[in-house]
Design a protein around this ligand. Structure first.
Ligand SMILES: *[C@@H]1O[C@H](CO)[C@@H](O)[C@H](O)[C@H]1NC(C)=O
Ligand SMILES: *[C@@H]1O[C@H](CO)[C@@H](O)[C@H](O)[C@H]1NC(C)=O
Ligand SMILES: *[C@@H]1O[C@H](CO)[C@@H](O)[C@H](O)[C@H]1NC(C)=O
Ligand SMILES: *[C@@H]1O[C@H](CO)[C@@H](O)[C@H](O)[C@H]1NC(C)=O
Ligand SMILES: *[C@@H]1O[C@H](CO)[C@@H](O)[C@H](O)[C@H]1NC(C)=O
Ligand SMILES: *[C@@H]1O[C@H](CO)[C@@H](O)[C@H](O)[C@H]1NC(C)=O
Ligand SMILES: *[C@@H]1O[C@H](CO)[C@@H](O)[C@H](O)[C@H]1NC(C)=O
Ligand SMILES: *[C@@H]1O[C@H](CO)[C@@H](O)[C@H](O)[C@H]1NC(C)=O
Ligand SMILES: *[C@@H]1O[C@H](CO)[C@@H](O)[C@H](O)[C@H]1NC(C)=O
Ligand SMILES: *[C@@H]1O[C@H](CO)[C@@H](O)[C@H](O)[C@H]1NC(C)=O
Length: 755
């Protein structure tokens, strides 16, 4: 019965919220002129001021409302009694698992009245949360390649739930062919219209307020779902490039889509919480959220609330770090029970190399790869040679008086490639070289072009300019090399990938990890190139998050007994710090990345499968940590959903949480913390610490040896950090602490900000 009602809610809600915006805007004008009007006008006026509020409560001592009917009536008791003239229901979502509370349509006045009731803790209007894509179909990349994955695993039996923009059920990436049926515990639903679910796509539900169905209208959920657990599809490509087999990280895992966004590309957080509530109830094993809203205290962040309830049930939660880089402290989804995933490049490019008359080659990119472009040299001209800045940027109409006819034209500014190309072509130019501005450095994109073109870095652009000035008859051509792989500088941190330190909890190092998020080829609702091929390449931490969700599904299959924190520890302590060329991972400017950019490093799935030791955390361990953040008993209670007395439960500094990293602020007083490791490697093993101390910091570890004589044995060690006076005024330093045994290096990063 209860389920039926809940199932109906989304549909009801959609109708309400679809009407709300127009009512709201028209009413603002009318209510002012009609304050003392008829009763029905007054109600209408009231209704026009309604907003969707998230109301969070504290259950009365000794009543856990085990019957959901009782919980529902208790929630109802907070709502105003007067009904709307339109018969709209007030209650939109009643949360059962992820939060104690509900979402309802209320006026500010009603919320004020409600605040006096026993059990009320907080209420605020819902927020809109954007999805985390840099929506750029111009990015090109590679098909997912499962590489070192264990072929008897593939995520079999694991259910990955995505909170996203819907799904394209008939896409070959979501074919049920060769898929085993879902595990018996699965309770999810399939609200597809006209299509049925299959053994790959086992659930689809809609929570979006700007949509009536579960289809993907924003082209985001299809891509993320395909990346996490898409079935293999041969001959997948994007405009012919990166042709190969597209395959998700966990190709035998099941998928469940919880749609929270329609065409708008953003979602109400009241709906995100409802979707997480449903996913937890349905029985997903991994939750993947490629969306976020910047930093908020965890008790006021629905994704943190939902994720806490999820990890209590053993569900792993992977979230995008955000696309607000490269600014510092630009992260979303910072809670320590979430895996926060930044984005990095993969080792492919769609190459268009500029060959200069003096025989120098400079690599650039283009999605348009004409096969018949001559490799003979052509005259080369700088668009800004006339001294006119507008011409230099090849703005529309700016090349009318520049002699570009029959030439290759160098334009400034890496953006607006299509319009610039049109201007060059209109004026008779044969080809275009687009150079970045200084701030964009080395970040180039493979764009669709109307003429042969190459997008080159700022540095390459400077060299081309210098060459043009060095000779009276500059010549060049573009060599179209198509898809190339094996770039040694990959993985490189994406410019847009959000950076630490964490704002909500600076004592926890974030992001946790980076993974592929640039030019990712995956399923797409439509064909962009008018073929039967429905794949696209896009970039964002939205793309890196589902990679890690799929990898978590593989680890869940291999280690069903590992907690979410254990899986996360395995991923973090085994990550790579060097690129494919063997150099330290760099950022988009080819500057060595810091651990505030990459966290523990770049994910290495096969090493994560056998980490040796894990840093485990039980859900209750977060309570003293949350108390230590200075949250009130009630605020902590909102997260853990039971009464908390911080003085009983004591509190710990953030750095004392058993997290597989350190992020500390260090003054003149030494600081000591402990960590507990669990042996999941060889039963008999002896570990010794190996310290790469941050510059200016002494790191003392005791004991200096840990011996294990069995599996799942635990050992506790302590670390003392103290300043040694050699930090030379640097604001920040980083290092690592490894525990090393035969066949294992268990590494955690250390970030120190000096006070
Ligand atoms: C379901 O599909 C049918 C046929 O395509 C369409 O007429 C109907 O409006 C759809 N219903 C919903 C709720 O999307
Ligand atoms: C949902 O469906 C109803 C009834 O078919 C329609 O009136 C409404 O406009 C639809 N809403 C959206 C967001 O598509
Ligand atoms: C992709 O590769 C397959 C197999 O090698 C080939 O049959 C197909 O023609 C290729 N498609 C494109 C667009 O290059
Ligand atoms: C970000 O933080 C790092 C390390 O503290 C510092 O070197 C850098 O200047 C900061 N960047 C910005 C843009 O604030
Ligand atoms: C070609 O000219 C550019 C710009 O002056 C210069 O950087 C490059 O070294 C030259 N190449 C050769 C082979 O001389
Ligand atoms: C695909 O077809 C549409 C409609 O015919 C056309 O407008 C569009 O330019 C085509 N796109 C490509 C990439 O060819
Ligand atoms: C593959 O993983 C399973 C556990 O998921 C393990 O039992 C098996 O030994 C592994 N096989 C290989 C070849 O590594
Ligand atoms: C805290 O401790 C007091 C006294 O020992 C006890 O009465 C109370 O129930 C405890 N509160 C919680 C939330 O554990
Ligand atoms: C919390 O615990 C302390 C010490 O046990 C006690 O003095 C205090 O009354 C408790 N507070 C609440 C609200 O239960
Ligand atoms: C640990 O084991 C090593 C041999 O593997 C041995 O030399 C050492 O004494 C042991 N240490 C402790 C504390 O048991």
């Amino acid at each position: 019965m209860e389920n039926k009602r809940c199932k109906m809610l989304p549909t009801i809600l959609l109708v309400i919220l679809h009407i709300l915006p127009s009512m709201f805007s028209s009413s603002q004008a009318t209510t002012k002129s009609a304050i003392h009007s008829s009763n029905s006008d007054a109600i209408e006026k009231e209704e026009s001021n309604l907003e969707t509020y998230i109301v969070l409560l504290q259950k009365p001592e000794g009543n856990d409302f085990s019957k959901s009917k009782d919980l529902y009536s208790w929630y109802q008791s907070f709502l105003p009694e007067n009904a709307f003239s339109s018969n709209q229901p007030r209650l939109i979502h009643s949360y059962r698992h992820v939060a104690t509370g509900f979402a309802a349509k209320l006026t500010a006045g009603e919320v004020k009245a409600m605040a006096a009731k026993k059990g009320f803790v907080s209420a605020r209007p819902r927020r809109l949360v954007p999805l985390h894509t840099t929506h750029s179909p111009s990015f090109l990349g590679l098909q997912q390649n499962i590489g070192l994955w264990n072929s008897s695993n593939y995520g079999k039996g694991v259910i990955v739930g995505l909170i996203d923009s819907g799904i394209t059920p008939d896409h070959p990436s979501f074919s049920g062919k060769g898929m085993p049926p879902p595990p018996a515990k699965w309770k999810g639903k399939c609200e597809l219209n006209g299509t049925s679910c299959n053994n790959k796509l086992i659930g689809a539900r809609n929570f979006a307020t700007d949509s009536n169905n579960t289809l993907d209208e924003y082209q985001h959920g299809t891509h993320t779902a395909g990346t996490a657990a898409g079935s293999p599809v041969q001959g997948a490509n994007y405009f012919g490039q990166a042709n190969g087999t597209a395959i998700g990280m966990a190709p035998l895992a099941h998928l469940a889509m919880y749609k929270v966004s329609g065409r708008a590309g953003n979602a109400g957080d009241s709906e995100i919480l409802a979707a997480m509530d449903a996913a937890v109830e349905d029985g997903v094993d991994v939750l993947s959220l490629s969306l976020g809203i910047g930093s908020h205290p965890f008790y006021d962040d629905v994704i943190a609330l939902g994720a806490y309830a999820a990890i209590q049930k053993g569900i792993f939660v992977s979230c995008s770090a955000g696309n607000s880089g490269p600014d510092n402290s630009s992260l979303s989804n910072e809670a320590p029970w979430i895996l926060t995933v930044g984005a990095s490049t993969i080792d492919r490019a769609i190459r268009a190399t500029v060959l200069l008359g003096n025989n120098t080659e400079l690599n650039g990119e283009s999605l348009y790869q004409p096969e018949d472009f001559p490799s003979t040299l052509l005259p080369l001209v700088y668009a800004g040679a006339n001294g006119n800045p507008s011409s230099a940027y090849c703005g529309t109409g700016s090349l009318a008086n520049v002699d570009v006819k029959g030439r290759i034209v160098l334009c400034e500014g890496g953006y607006g490639a299509l319009e610039k190309g049109q201007e060059v072509k209109r004026n008779g130019g044969i080809a275009m070289i687009l150079m970045n501005e200084e701030s964009d450095g080395f970040v180039t994109t493979a764009d669709l072009q109307v003429l042969p073109a190459s997008h080159v870095s700022y540095m390459a652009g400077l060299a081309i300019k210098a060459y043009i000035e060095s000779t009276s008859s500059p010549m060049a051509t573009i060599l179209f090399k198509g898809t190339v792989t094996g770039l040694p500088e990959a993985p490189q941190v994406a410019e847009f990938s959000s950076r630490g330190p964490s704002f909500a909890s600076p004592g926890i190092l974030k992001p946790d990890i980076i993974g592929p998020g640039v030019r990712i080829l995956a399923a797409w609702p439509v064909s962009e190139d008018n073929t039967t091929n429905k794949f696209a390449m896009i970039s964002g931490t939205s793309m890196s998050c589902p990679h890690l969700s799929g990898i978590a599904a593989l680890l869940k299959n291999a280690h069903p007994d590992w907690s979410p924190a254990a899986i996360k520890s395995a991923i973090m302590t085994t990550a790579n710090l060097v690129d494919h060329g063997g150099n330290p991972i760099s950022d988009e400017q080819f500057v060595t990345a810091t651990i505030f950019d990459i966290g523990a490093g770049h994910v290495n799935p096969s090493r994560a499968n056998d980490p040796g030791l894990i840093y485990d955390i039980q859900p209750d361990d977060y309570i003293p940590y949350l108390c230590g953040l200075g949250y009130s008993d009630k605020q902590v209670g909102l997260i853990v959903q039971h009464g908390v007395n911080c003085s009983n439960d004591s509190s710990i500094p953030e750095a004392q949480l058993n997290y597989p990293s350190f992020s500390i602020r260090l003054g003149s007083t030494p600081q000591t913390y402990t960590r507990t490791v669990t042996n999941v490697g060889q039963p008999n093993s002896a570990y010794t610490p190996q310290v790469f101390a941050p510059e200016g910091v002494n790191v003392k570890v005791t004991p200096d040896k840990i011996n294990f004589s069995g599996m799942n044995q635990k050992a506790t060690y302590s670390v003392t950090f103290s300043k040694n006076g050699y930090n030379y005024g640097a604001p920040f330093a980083q290092g690592y602490l490894n525990w090393v045994a035969d066949g294992y290096i268990v590494r955690i990063p250390i970030a120190v900000i000096f006070e």
